[in-house]
Ligand binder design. Structure first.
Ligand code: FEO
Ligand code: CA
Ligand code: CA
Ligand code: CA
Length: 600
């Protein structure tokens, strides 16, 4: 352990320089090795990736697309052998498939648009969504995939799941294909997630609105509910081939999405459960911590401009000696939403049917109604409208909770409040919550802004990084985050990838304690077009996993023209750099050269 002078960062490493190019960069003295790429076989009988002849059957046995959340579930307590659990949030058909059509030219480059997808391509998309459970092992200091691991599993947008908790079997979740209201096929848009104290894998269903198309029948009772969720957006072409994504044909199907999903990784044949007690909204993630009395607290963000922060407190206590006894803890408990007051206090308001405004007067007739329309219930309770709540991380070392608020350029001067202090908030901020009595189940606490993000050299932005933060160290758009075993905060970003700023997204180490508070240092950055997801540290702090999502995505630069495909745009062919290989999202594993804890 090195001693630090007062005000020195708790993180010991030489910062990466910002920049933008076709590859990833990590701090000197560290290795950043690609571990799992889109299309990598994860079963003994899975075919090798062949992008020109990809099929849904092959994809279902291969690592999926757009890795987001990364979790690590140790096997027998090991930091060198465990299950990596990874969400596959969404698909980018323009980067996955050939068959783009040229619609014009701009600056000498072809402008391309994705042609309508075939049913086989839609089926590949469905199989590329969901999540993966992959056994991995560290051998001679390097991590390897155990391709024949007996717990390896792919979960897709077609995997059968069970609706569980208060909404299970309710009339509002019954469909023609499932008159029981208990069985749902698949999970979509799993952004961040979590691993529970009892070793299950949590997937959070976020932007579900994109998968639905069509129009509800006239005067349908779900119209206001769906409008509040932005349904339908029709970003995907799935409804052309599957009736359940068409509101005209299956008007209740969207009520079966927008939940927290729990997967028992110990049994690869188990049915994942949609845990409805944790509410229905655009779930970012679900990181948890065991409170003093043994109950378990899950912190939940709803990633929408002017939406809310939530937490769920289980009714039962965690039993560390009996895994089976914990397996339905997520079906019973209290869901709360946060009101951040101007005096620096936070109140957690229960979303409980029959209490306050959550009654028949506001057309709630059961807890199931409150949960299906969680946002409307939270509106009525007067929760604080936030600047897009993303990942929320309880820190068991310092007892605090970190809330990533990614941005909200639509907030006006009149809408500014203490917890969302900037109008036109382009760069986001991070709030720190301190629950009363350091009890995570508390219904009140204190909060303060840890960091207002953005370039501190531009006064109008109003960023609040410490003066020790270098020009490489500042960032905007905090999204995912992690706390290492030492209790230090790491933040990954989504949106710093504009070519005119010369920066990409990355992983930053952020001091929270002492005089170094609000100092940030760049540890890793992604190739052009990507956002940074993960991150996750093994319990020994010797490995960090990060997820490079949508590398090579042309983004806004091509808005209105469709986006470039890998066949035409050579901005990057990360991570293979082969002419016959598309750019591929991948999980990268970071270790210190020669071994040892990271950033110590
Ligand atoms: Fe999928 Fe809220 O980021
Ligand atoms: Ca994402
Ligand atoms: Ca996210
Ligand atoms: Ca995001």
């Amino acid at each position: 352990e090195k001693a630090h002078a007062a005000g020195a960062s708790a993180f010991v490493f030489d910062e990466v320089e910002t920049g933008i190019d076709d590859r990833h960069h990590v701090a000197a003295g560290y290795d950043a090795d690609v571990l799992l790429r889109w299309g990598d076989p994860i079963f003994a009988n899975a075919p090798e990736f062949d992008p020109a002849n990809q099929s849904a059957a092959a994809q279902a046995k291969q690592f999926g697309y757009n890795n987001d959340y990364v979790g690590y579930i140790p096997l027998e307590g090991s930091s060198e052998h465990g299950l990596l659990v990874v969400n596959h949030e969404y698909t980018n058909p323009h980067l996955m498939f050939a068959g783009l059509v040229t619609i014009g030219e701009k600056d000498g480059k072809k402008m391309l648009q994705q042609a309508p997808l075939s049913k086989e391509q839609v089926d590949i998309e469905i199989a590329a969504h969901g999540g993966a459970v992959v056994e991995i092992r560290k051998v001679d200091g390097k991590w390897q995939v155990v391709r024949d691991g007996k717990l390896n599993r792919r979960i897709t947008a077609g995997t059968e799941m069970q609706l569980s908790g208060p909404v299970a079997g309710h009339d509002r979740v019954k469909t023609n294909a499932d008159p029981s209201g208990l069985k749902v096929l698949g999970t979509v848009n799993n952004c961040a997630g979590g691993v529970t104290p009892w070793g299950t894998y949590i997937m959070a269903e976020e932007n579900i609105h994109g998968y639905f198309s069509g129009e509800l029948p006239a005067d349908h009772p779900e119209a206001a509910n769906y409008k509040r969720m932005g349904i339908p957006e029709g970003a995907y072409e799935w409804a052309a081939h599957y009736d359940r994504y068409d509101l005209a044909k299956e008007p209740n199907e969207p009520n079966r999405f927008g939940w927290i999903v729990e997967v028992d990784v110990d049994d690869p044949t188990s049915t994942p459960k949609k845990r409805t007690a944790l509410g229905r909204f655009k779930h970012e993630g679900a990181e948890s911590i065991v409170a003093k009395d043994g109950r378990v607290v899950f912190y939940l963000g709803d990633d929408e401009r002017f939406d809310y922060v939530y937490k769920f407190v289980t009714a039962g206590a965690f039993n560390p000696d009996d895994r089976a006894a914990n397996m339905d803890l997520l079906d019973e408990g209290t869901l709360y939403t946060a009101r951040f007051d101007e005096d620096g206090s936070v109140e957690w308001l229960p979303l409980t049917f029959g209490e306050g405004p959550l009654t028949a007067e506001n057309s709630f007739s059961s807890q199931a109604d409150v949960l299906i329309e969680t946002r409307r219930a939270a509106d009525l309770l007067g929760a604080t409208k936030m600047d897009r709540p993303e990942d929320i991380q309880p820190n068991g070392v310092n007892g605090k909770v970190y809330v990533m608020l990614t941005n909200n350029t639509r907030r006006t001067d009149e809408q500014v409040d203490a917890a969302n202090p900037r109008a036109k908030n382009a760069f986001g901020h991070i709030i720190e919550i301190i629950e009363d009595e350091a009890d995570f189940t508390a219904t009140s606490g204190k909060w303060e802004v840890l960091l207002k993000c953005g370039d501190p050299s531009v006064a109008e932005i109003g960023a609040s990084f410490s003066t020790s933060t270098t020009e490489n160290g500042w960032f905007g758009m905090p999204d995912n985050c992690a706390v290492d075993t030492a209790g230090r905060l790491w933040v990954s970003t989504d949106g710093n990838n504009a070519k005119d700023t010369g920066r990409t997204d990355g992983l930053w180490a952020v001091d929270t304690e002492g005089e170094a508070r609000a100092t940030s240092k760049l540890f890793f950055r992604v190739p052009v077009g990507a956002e940074m997801c993960g991150p996750l540290f093994t319990p020994d702090d010797e490995t960090a996993f990060v997820a490079v999502q949508h590398p090579g995505d042309g983004g806004e630069e091509w808005e209105g023209f469709g986006r470039p495909s890998y066949y035409e745009d050579l901005s990057t062919r990360w991570p293979d750099f082969q002419p016959d290989m598309p750019v591929r999202p991948a999980v990268v594993v970071i270790t210190k050269q020669g071994g040892g804890k990271i950033a110590v």
